[in-house]
Design a protein around this ligand. Structure first.
Ligand code: HEM
Length: 291
């Protein structure tokens, strides 16, 4: 019996740090492996961590299956990295210490290419003011959406999509609230989803609450806002049993699925990074420590 990384489903923490690393050219496989073993060995106190690997590093360390680097036919930026570490804590100080410890443990094998400090905004809202995550599957359905099923390569692990999005909040906030609701497809105050009859074809929920070949494209989203007064947005983070769900949902958003309809949300926010990863089981990570 394998165990998923608990942090994927742990929603008890207010503060988040997302660290994306690239592997340095000089680091051979044994260097990368040793760095990952040191990382796996780190005791981080109260800080919860989730570790995931990019496609190149994964293929080198485990040949059970492979997956491609992030791409959306150049419609969205790809900044595919090699190692992803997500840290969560209720205490900002502990989180800072843990971030430094993680980066330090990797030594010269990896370089930090993106660091985002995120936070839960009010009652789990995106900075647009809309509740984000309420449409997530619940309980066992969340596990089914996020974890690779037992019969498949990578069973018990999870595919991950991370994208840093930068919002144009002034433009979004200039819309009347009823118009903002038509961009999202839910009401703002109480997050009530529009009925099928009322859902605009280009609303975000209209584009992403969808079946493909008869299969609901459910994913488990754990995005949080980040930013300062000058630059801010959403660090989009989601887990899936199947990488193709991310691809299909993004194609729906970017008008690449035949109907040509683009998600209206794209008028108000844009991604500046994009990677996908595989988050292996707890057992796979523990095995690194044993060499
Ligand atoms: C800045 C970017 C984004 C923002 C601000 C955003 C915000 C939201 C909000 C407010 C909702 C409605 C509440 C909820 O259902 O949780 C939602 C739903 C959803 N979003 Fe996004 N989202 C973003 C990007 C994405 C991306 C890139 C994907 C897919 C790759 C995605 C997939 C979904 C899905 C699957 C749902 C639930 C649909 C359903 O009801 O089943 N979102 N998003």
């Amino acid at each position: 019996m394998s165990h998923f990384q608990q942090g994927i489903f742990d929603r008890s923490h207010q503060h988040h740090v997302f660290l994306e690393f690239t592997r340095n050219e000089s680091a051979v496989e044994s260097d990368a492996r040793a760095a990952l073993a040191r990382l796996a060995d780190l005791a981080l106190g109260t800080t919860v961590r989730v570790t995931a690997l990019g496609p190149t590093l994964w293929r080198e360390l485990d040949d059970a299956f492979s997956f491609p680097p992030f791409s959306l036919d150049d419609k969205a930026p790809s900044t595919q990295g090699d190692l992803f570490v997500w840290l969560q804590d209720s205490d900002r100080g502990n989180l800072f210490d843990a971030s430094r410890a993680v980066a330090g443990s990797l030594g010269a094998a990896f370089s930090l290419q993106l660091e985002v400090n995120g936070f839960v905004y009010h009652d789990m809202r995106d900075l647009t003011g809309f509740v984000d995550g309420i449409g997530n599957p619940q309980g066992e359905k969340a596990h089914q959406a996020a974890l690779v099923p037992p019969s498949q390569p990578g069973a018990g692990g999870s595919f991950v999509l991370s994208q840093k999005w930068v919002h144009q909040l002034d433009a979004f906030n200039a819309l009347a609230e009823t118009e903002q609701e038509r961009v999202i497809g839910r009401t703002k105050k109480d997050a009530v989803e529009f009925s099928a009859d009322d859902m605009p074809a280009d609303a975000h929920v209209g584009r992403t609450d969808v079946d493909h070949d008869g299969v609901p494209q459910k994913i488990w989203r754990r995005s949080v806002p980040y930013g300062s007064t000058s630059e801010h947005g959403l660090y989009f983070l989601a887990f899936s049993c199947d990488l193709s769900r991310f691809d299909y949902l993004m194609r729906r958003m970017y008008g690449m699925t035949g109907d040509g309809i683009t998600d209206r949300l794209l008028d108000y926010t844009r991604p500046v990074s994009g990677s996908w990863w595989y988050a292996p089981t707890q057992e796979w990570l523990s095995a690194l420590r044993e060499g």
